[in-house]
Design a protein around this ligand. Structure first.
Ligand code: ATP
Ligand code: MG
Length: 711
């Protein structure tokens, strides 16, 4: 209907002045028609009766109806919303044939149209229609104007949810859209199908940061904190990079500094953790996700980076870009854009080398303060390194105590380890079975072996590497194997993930758990808990070390293959559940594993495992769509369809369907039809009715959207 009106109106007198428009449409009507055939007209009559009832009760004037659509005008906005709510309740309560759900999307907007002979005229009619079009079946959406009129007079059991600002087709100004949440009815939907989204203003919501809570006490670093926070408060440049070797405590220090500044940046402090990310092209998307900004890119011309910079243009916030070293060029480019386009944004980066862009200030993170060779017991805590050792040792063994006897060895360990926090942490984790004296001795042997001479010849990064080797060599063989194999995970893992990875290794659950918890005890694996799951991970430097071991073991291909199999299985289980009542749970689960999926995709595409790549993109397409990761989805889909080998036809057809759907929602109506017809042929040959239905639905949408565009 697209907002136009007809002359043969059933209601000759249209309300004038300020009018609230309601547009409604049944979702998936083509599917329903195919499923129900002649019964469909009965369904349509029942739907119309429910809707008309609600409109009549609340004084609505039906301006136009066509097929499954209604265009209704109300003299009062509150009545229009009440009618929409009644209609949704009526539809939900109705018993439909064959147990199907009839889901109607609704959009409301209030404006001051002209009432011409031919009906309503003016942009407000179009705006209301556009709002109706971006929603989903069962969803009721309000424009800013309508929301302002009704928000204090909502019907019982009804509330409003801010969905942020949206760019609508052919509407110049971005529209703040709110969803009407009706108790007992479906309230969670995918991101709106608008051209661009800016989620609700982060500044308006508490908390204004996404910093993780600290799991262990923070030791020392007071002078550094003062210096860093001062530099961020009065920046001469707006980028400060903390530099240091792996494990020196850059991340920890930057998190502390950022936490101290939360109240000083009106739009808060936001951590973007790059350690997990491997793909430089995803740097802007990764940052946008951390800030809660999502964008549905309008074709190639407007990227998520553009959306993020326009969102940040008027914000005063601190962004923490953590662990940039492995994506240094992409991070530098991203930082440079932010500095140029977003005058209120201040950046704190951590990296093993500087970003090398104009205006960058650097701060070299020093080692923890190391004591002189002889030290009094009461002075132990005045030096950061020894204080830190004791803190970590007590965490490992609560009965641990510094004594006159072990004191010189603790000092020796800290000095040998150059005051590098991660190295000290690895050594202190051993006090459960080794006395400081033994630890000091073993470390000395290890370093002597490495340098063939005195310990002082070792540069710092080698000290850490040697400490990691030392720690690794003290593991039992099964622990060593597990540690090495765990490095195939990217961005952490759950217990189920390890079980999936090792399922062919005939390892009992008890042994696995024991080995895993030993690695946690030895500080080689970190663990974090939230309500949903316990996740494990490795600090970046530790992960690198384990990856080197895996590469040298000759087992990398085998375990990467198994890793991929496990995550294909997970994606395939999750795919249909993303369209069920458990949608949010599965969406979050896939989000947590996203970097693992990417690792699997990278492996499958690089090693020409065409079936694996096609299965992954086929199963993840819906997730990417839901999360608004459309640009990324498009890239993986294209890569998987352009591989040297061809996947099995059914897998190819499914991937094509997902690719077609994504092209379509990004407004590309030219690309999909040929591809989707190819998929349709494949599904038809295979007699796969569900696949055929997907294709036909897509083709139907392409032709109806193309028609709308012509109009
Ligand atoms: N001041 C501190 N107080 C308590 N723990 C610390 C401190 N500094 C570092 N640590 C601990 O030492 C370990 C290494 O620190 P961190 O991860 O910050 O190093 P990094 O320099 O960021 O390393 P990478 O280069 O690998 O990213 C972590 O477990 C961290 O919690
Ligand atoms: Mg770090």
């Amino acid at each position: 209907m697209n907002g136009e009106t007809r002359t043969d109106l059933p209601f000759p007198v249209l309300p004038g002045g300020t009018v609230t428009f309601l547009f409604t449409d049944i979702e998936g009507s083509t599917q329903l028609l195919k499923q129900l055939r002649e019964q469909y007209s009965t369904l349509l009559d029942e739907q119309r009766a429910i809707m008309n009832d609600a409109f009549a009760t609340w004084g609505g004037h039906v301006v136009d109806t066509r097929g499954e659509e209604f265009f209704v005008a109300f003299p009062r906005a509150t009545d229009a919303v009440a009618a929409a709510v009644d209609a949704q309740r009526g539809l939900a309560a109705h018993e439909w044939p064959e147990g199907i759900d009839v889901r109607v999307r609704m959009g409301l907007h209030t404006g001051e149209p002209w009432v011409a002979e031919a009906g309503y005229v003016g942009m407000d009619v179009h705006r209301a229609a556009r709002i109706g079009n971006v929603g989903y079946g069962g969803q009721v959406l309000l424009s800013e104007t309508t929301a302002a009129l009704v928000m204090d007079e909502l019907p019982d059991g009804v509330s409003l949810l801010d969905l942020g600002r949206h760019r609508l087709k052919d509407v110049r100004r971005m529209e703040q859209i709110r969803q009407v949440v009706i108790d007992g009815l479906l309230s969670e939907f995918p991101p709106l199908k608008s051209l661009e989204t800016v989620l609700p203003d982060a500044a308006a919501e508490k908390p204004r940061h996404n910093l993780p809570s600290e799991l262990t006490p923070f030791i020392g670093r007071q002078a550094e904190l003062v210096q860093i926070t001062d530099m961020l408060r009065n920046p001469s440049g707006r980028l400060l990079t903390l530099i240091g070797v792996g494990g020196m405590g850059k991340t920890r220090l930057s998190l502390r500094a950022a936490a101290e500044l939360v109240e000083e940046f009106p739009h808060g402090v936001w951590l973007v953790e790059f350690a997990k990310l491997r793909d430089p092209e995803l740097v802007p998307q990764h940052a946008a996700a951390a800030l809660g900004v999502s964008a549905h890119e309008a074709g190639e011309s407007r990227t998520i980076g553009d959306v993020l910079t326009s969102y940040l243009q008027d914000k005063k916030l601190l962004m923490l870009l953590d662990n940039c070293e492995h994506l240094i060029e992409a991070c530098a480019e991203f930082a440079e854009t932010l500095l140029r386009e977003c005058p209120g944004v201040v950046l704190l980066a951590t990296s093993r080398e500087n970003l090398g862009i104009p205006g960058e200030q650097t701060f070299i993170v020093p080692a923890l303060g190391v004591p002189p060779q002889t030290l009094l017991l009461q002075e132990l805590e005045t030096f950061e390194a020894t204080h830190f050792f004791i803190d970590r040792a007590v965490a490992a063994l609560p009965l641990f105590k510094p004594t006159l006897h072990n004191l010189p060895f603790i000092v020796d360990i800290c000095r040998q380890l150059d005051g590098i926090p991660l190295a000290i942490e690895l050594a202190a984790a051993r006090v459960k079975i080794l006395a400081p004296e033994q630890i000091a001795e073993l470390l000395q042997d290890c370093f002597q072996l490495l340098t063939g001479g005195p310990r002082t010849a070792l540069p710092r990064h080698q000290t850490l590497h040697a400490t990691l080797e030392w720690s690794y060599n003290l593991l039992t063989e099964p622990e060593q194997q597990l540690f090495t194999r765990l490095s195939v995970f990217a961005g952490g893992w759950t217990l189920e993930d390890v079980e999936g990875l090792l399922s062919g290794d005939h390892l009992s659950r008890t042994d696995l758990l024991e080995n895993l918890s030993n690695l946690v005890d030895k500080s080689l694996v970190s663990v974090s808990h939230n309500q949903e799951a316990t996740r494990y991970g490795m600090l970046e430097t530790v992960h690198q070390f384990a990856s080197e071991l895996l590469a040298a073991s000759g087992e990398a291909e085998k375990y990467r293959g198994r890793h991929t199999d496990h995550f294909i299985a997970l994606a395939e289980v999750a795919d249909p559940l993303l369209r069920s009542a458990d949608q949010m749970k599965w969406r979050d689960k896939l989000d947590a594993e996203h970097e693992n999926f990417r690792a699997a995709l990278r492996w499958a595409t690089a090693s020409d495992h065409a079936d694996d790549a096609a299965r992954l993109v086929g199963a993840l397409g819906w997730f990417w769509f839901l999360r608004g990761y459309w640009g990324e989805a498009r890239r993986w889909l294209t890569m998987s369809l352009d591989m040297v080998s061809d996947p099995e036809p059914r897998l190819r057809a499914k991937a094509i369907c997902r690719a077609g759907g994504l092209e379509l929602i990004q407004g590309n109506l030219d690309g999909p039809p040929d591809l989707v017809r190819e998929a349709l042929d494949i599904f038809t040959d295979l007699g796969d009715e569900e696949g055929m239905a997907w294709c036909l639905n897509l083709l139907g949408q392409v032709s109806s959207w193309a028609k709308l565009n012509l109009e």
